[in-house]
Design a protein around this ligand. Structure first.
Ligand code: ZN
Ligand code: CU
Length: 488
């Protein structure tokens, strides 16, 4: 019998730290990386030839809405096919717990298909995820919008009262004690836009005590982005939490080029407090259909509509022409619906992605009928298009922004590096051919060049197909911190 369960032989290791590629065998035993040896030196029951390929840590998708997709689609093909082995869920203020209302509602429908997948407390939700045996790991933020819906009912167009703030604070405290990794807010969205800075601070206070992160879909990513950055940084300081600004962008044609303001502002602030941000590699965003967003977009594609069938994937301009009405009127007729908005500048996206504070997150929306291609394409697109073809940054740095940097910022202990003793989350890919194939026209398509994806020692994806491994877990921040202490 061989010493190891799996040996990935003769690959070039990109260890996740940014260190230069080096040739090695990587051995897996159980759920851990058991040894790293010189090429050809290790033997395993299952040997995977990685000659000419790169062996990287499994990618961490730090910005997702996959909370209940892990339960409904446990093989997680849209992420495993990209080399992703951990998804950070609960972003933008919407999470699957703690939630008590009987209905799903419009806001929660962004991440939920079935009411039974959302839970009144985090422990119950994490147990559901574990019971579904997903192929990859999930780590979970608690959404401030979800806390508001649960606590304030439909009376959301105001600042929460003192007693409501106390309730939300306690719900967050309990969820963090149960292993949630932080809190997200989405002050841009109707459910939370009436919340004051003080409200968010008072709700988010438990983050400091539990070492949870604060992620922010900021109040404004357009004309008032600087003010919104100040608000976000202030919340982090007052709460004593590390900050992740979500999907950093300068939105709308009139704001194109403003990365020359926002990025130096990040650089300055990063000297004083722990701040980072995530970016997806596209000039279009996607969320619910909102008529106030139509003006700032050069083009709008419909991703789903509950009202009118057959609209998914179509240009709103064509729909409006057919209906013989304005785009705003057409949007109203399609509601509730989702959309893709072309509203960013390519140069801005590249500048953001290359900043020292940037990591990669897809922001894919898993249940859309015609999703944004970032759901299936983000990571291979950064590796193939931006790193290899455009040479925006070296491959080792691209991998770092998807692995060790992300794990550090979200406090995911023992993940994000190819290192002995770390969890065996690995991605073997061909650096010459790796590329996204999902497009705005045909968004559901697995990437090319992703060879083998291993999560907790089990093969989640192999040779363009699901690998059968179902060893993903709901990661628990408190357990990870304990484990890191014990093993340090
Ligand atoms: Zn968002
Ligand atoms: Cu998001």
């Amino acid at each position: 019998m061989a010493a190891y369960d799996i040996v990935i032989r003769n690959g070039q290791v990109a260890d996740g730290t940014g260190k230069k590629l080096y040739a090695a065998d990587v051995a897996v035993k159980g759920d851990r990386i058991a040894a790293i040896g010189s090429p050809g030196s290790l033997r395993g029951d299952n040997e995977i030839d990685a000659n000419g390929k790169v062996v990287a840590p499994g990618f961490i998708d730090v910005h997702t809405h996959d909370d209940t997709a892990l339960i409904d689609n446990p093989t997680m093909a849209m992420k495993a096919s990209q080399g992703v082995t951990t998804v950070v869920c609960g972003n933008c203020g919407v999470s699957a717990a703690p939630y008590t209302r009987p209905d799903v509602g419009h806001w929660m429908s962004l991440i939920v298909k079935k009411r039974e997948n959302i839970c009144k407390d985090f422990t119950a939700f994490a147990a559901k995820v574990d019971a579904a045996k997903p192929a990859i790991n999930g780590a979970f933020l608690i959404g401030h919008g979800t806390l508001r819906l649960t606590t304030m009912g439909d009376d959301l167009n105001r600042v929460a009262s003192a007693s409501e703030i106390k309730t939300m604070n306690e719900l967050l405290d309990q969820s963090l004690s149960q292993g949630a990794i932080g809190m997200s807010s989405g002050l841009f969205y109707a459910v939370s836009s009436h919340a004051s800075t003080d409200e968010v601070v008072d709700v988010a206070k438990p983050l400091g005590k539990w070492k949870g992160v604060y992620t922010a879909h900021m109040r404004d990513e357009g004309d008032h982005i600087i003010k919104s950055m100040d608000e976000t940084f202030e919340i982090g300081r007052r709460v004593g939490a590390e900050i992740i600004v979500s999907h950093h962008k300068c939105s709308g044609r009139s704001n194109f080029g403003r990365m020359v303001e926002t990025l130096p502002k990040f650089t300055e602030a990063m000297k004083k407090q722990q701040i980072a941000f995530d970016v997806y590699p596209y000039v279009a965003g996607s969320t619910i259909l909102r008529s106030d967003m139509l003006e700032r977009a050069d083009k709008v594609l419909i991703t789903w509509s509950d009202k009118i069938a057959g609209m998914s994937g179509r240009d709103l301009k064509d729909i409006a022409a057919e209906m013989g009405c304005s785009m705003k009127e057409a949007a109203d007729r399609l509601q509730p619906a989702g959309a893709i908005y072309f509203m960013m500048d390519e140069k801005d996206v590249q500048a953001a992605m290359s900043h020292p504070g940037a990591m990669i997150g897809s922001d894919g929306i898993p249940f859309d009928a015609h999703p944004h291609p970032r759901l299936w394409g983000t990571f291979p697109r950064v590796l193939g298009h931006y790193s290899r073809d455009l040479k925006l940054f070296p491959l080792e740095d691209a991998v770092r922004r998807m692995t060790s940097y992300s794990a550090q910022r979200f406090h995911l202990a023992k993940r994000g590096e190819v290192k002995t003793g770390y969890y065996a989350d690995l991605c073997v890919f061909d650096p010459a051919t790796v590329i996204d194939t999902a497009t705005f026209e045909k968004p559901i398509a697995p990437a090319q060049g992703i060879d083998t994806v291993i999560c907790n020692g089990a093969i989640a994806w192999r040779d363009g197909k699901e690998g059968g491994g179902r060893a993903g877990r709901a990661l628990n921040l408190q357990q990870m911190q304990e484990e890191a202490k014990v093993e340090a």
